[in-house]
Design a protein. Structure first.
Length: 487
């Protein structure tokens, strides 16, 4: 007997294929490498409690709150190499946006009171596909093999549980366990707690008594203590954001606002315009909860591009619902003409299978094409220079902030690295202002008594060193230079 096979299955496959393909990129984020090295240390001797990577802060206490992510990365790398880590990233992000799609479909179908397989629900389905695909594409510029990818997945899972709570109240029991996992994976658990609190407060106000979700939220707050560092891990994100270490946000690209001159920035403007317009013209008013979450996460995305995936995940369900409400009559007319609910023709059914096979083939071909010459983005990593620096065994090396992670992976003691929450704000600001020539770097170089400098070839500091009588050029390649202090 031939099973039902509708065009929506094809659309879902292509939606997931788009997200998956967008994540088949080479590893270029140097911060990934110190996470990988830490995972190796954890696997052999447990989570570190002191810094063993830098020569500037060696032996100081270090709270490695992302230890579980690092252990996962190392386990995958040990058995499958860099290819496995790239596929892990693609699978986790694709899974996250599949859950976003399911939440969008549930949210946007609820107004119509129709089942997901009826013609009346088709506008909601198509809108959900559109919003999810757009969200996955716009936020793809921020994806990398780093612990935050687990936060995107867990945030989507949390939303799915919260939107299903009316039909499946038992799902709420999962939430404390989800957050125990989350706090050991990444510091964005605070974002999840904020979302959970908003839902709990809304439900408590409506019922005028402490709701079940409110009780679950309180239990979850205590469950966060289940981690190797206890209460210190719970308050760590707040200390990081409120303390002086946040000064580095002024100098690091991922913490800066989106570039609205880029394709992604223009796409974000279009999405904001469409979603806000749908809120205004929708026949059903958006809930106060949805509006609060939308504008809260919109503000965070406009403040820092690294928050863009959070905004897309949180805002997509409400946007999908109200876009569907606005466009339902028009999309219904198209659906009646072009998309019967169930395709009975053997020829068309075969075509559906062919399209799905084509999507899988495109994924395979993209993987082979993108990684034909390796899995690392060589033009962004100082691979050869790092080997030479490791052989030179410098005592006091200066290097760019974003190369610290790769140097750690290469066995070199670093001046600074991507653990921005570990270094003080004054230390970070002094480094950035001196190395970016916001002030004369001479005093900074003398004060720290560097013996070697590895730097980007095209950067202003490299030009400064080339004209200094105190430094001798040892090596120069396409992306980096190595200087040694003259005796």
């Amino acid at each position: 007997m031939q099973g039902k096979f509708n065009i929506r299955t094809v659309l879902i496959v292509f939606l997931l294929s788009i997200v998956f393909i967008l994540n088949l990129t080479k590893i270029s984020d140097p911060d990934f490498f110190w996470h990988l090295k830490t995972g190796e240390i954890i696997a052999s001797s447990g989570a570190p409690s002191q810094d063993g990577f830098s020569w500037t802060h060696a032996g100081q206490n270090w709270l490695d709150h992302e230890w579980l992510s690092q252990l996962v990365f190392y386990a995958v790398f040990k058995h499958t190499g860099f290819a496995g880590l790239i596929l892990l990233k693609a699978a986790v992000i694709t899974g996250a946006f599949f859950m976003v799609f399911l939440v969008c479909l549930k949210k946007s179908s609820s107004r119509h009171g129709a089942s997901e397989t009826s013609d009346e629900a088709l506008p909601a389905f198509e809108t959900s596909v559109f919003v999810t695909a757009l969200g996955g594409a716009l936020s793809s510029i921020t994806y990398s093999v780093r612990p935050q990818l687990f936060s995107f997945f867990l945030l989507a899972a949390l939303l799915m549980i919260l939107y299903e709570k009316e039909k499946q109240s038992r799902l709420l029991r999962i939430i404390p366990f989800l957050f125990v996992l989350w706090i050991n994976l990444h510091g964005m658990f605070v974002i999840g707690m904020a979302v959970l609190t908003v839902f709990a407060v809304e439900e408590t106000l409506l019922k005028r008594k402490l709701s079940t979700l409110g009780i679950i939220t309180l239990i979850t707050a205590f469950a966060l203590l289940i981690n190797p560092y206890g209460f210190r891990a719970v308050i760590h994100p707040f200390k990081y954001l409120a303390g002086s270490t946040h000064l580095h946000m002024n100098y690091i690209m991922e913490w800066m606002s989106p570039d609205f001159h880029s394709v992604y920035g223009k796409g974000l403007i279009i999405y904001i315009f469409i979603s806000l317009s749908s809120f205004i013209f929708s026949p059903e008013k958006p809930s106060a909860r949805d509006l609060f979450l939308y504008f809260m996460f919109l503000a965070s995305a406009l403040y820092s591009v690294r928050n863009l995936p959070l905004f897309m995940i949180i805002s997509s369900p409400a946007a999908a619902k109200h876009i569907a409400l606005c466009l339902a009559p028009f999309l219904k007319r198209i659906a009646d003409k072009t998309s019967p609910a169930v395709i009975k023709s053997k020829a068309l059914c075969a075509l559906n299978y062919l399209l799905i096979a084509a999507a899988l083939l495109i994924i395979i071909m993209t993987f082979r094409k993108n990684f034909r010459d390796g899995y690392l983005q060589d033009n962004q990593l100082p691979r050869n220079s790092a080997k030479e620096i490791a052989a030179l065994n410098p005592e006091k090396l200066l290097h760019p902030y974003h190369w610290g992670g790769y140097l750690i992976y290469s066995g070199v003691k670093v001046f600074i690295d991507g653990r921005a929450d570990f270094y003080s704000g004054e230390f970070l600001e002094g480094f950035f202002q001196s190395t970016e020539l916001m002030k004369n770097p001479g005093g900074f170089l003398e004060e720290n008594n560097f013996d070697f400098i590895l730097w980007e070839k095209a950067a202003p500091l490299a030009f400064y060193l080339s004209n200094s009588e105190d430094w001798k050029l040892l090596r120069s390649d396409e992306i980096s230079v190595i200087y040694k202090r003259k005796l």
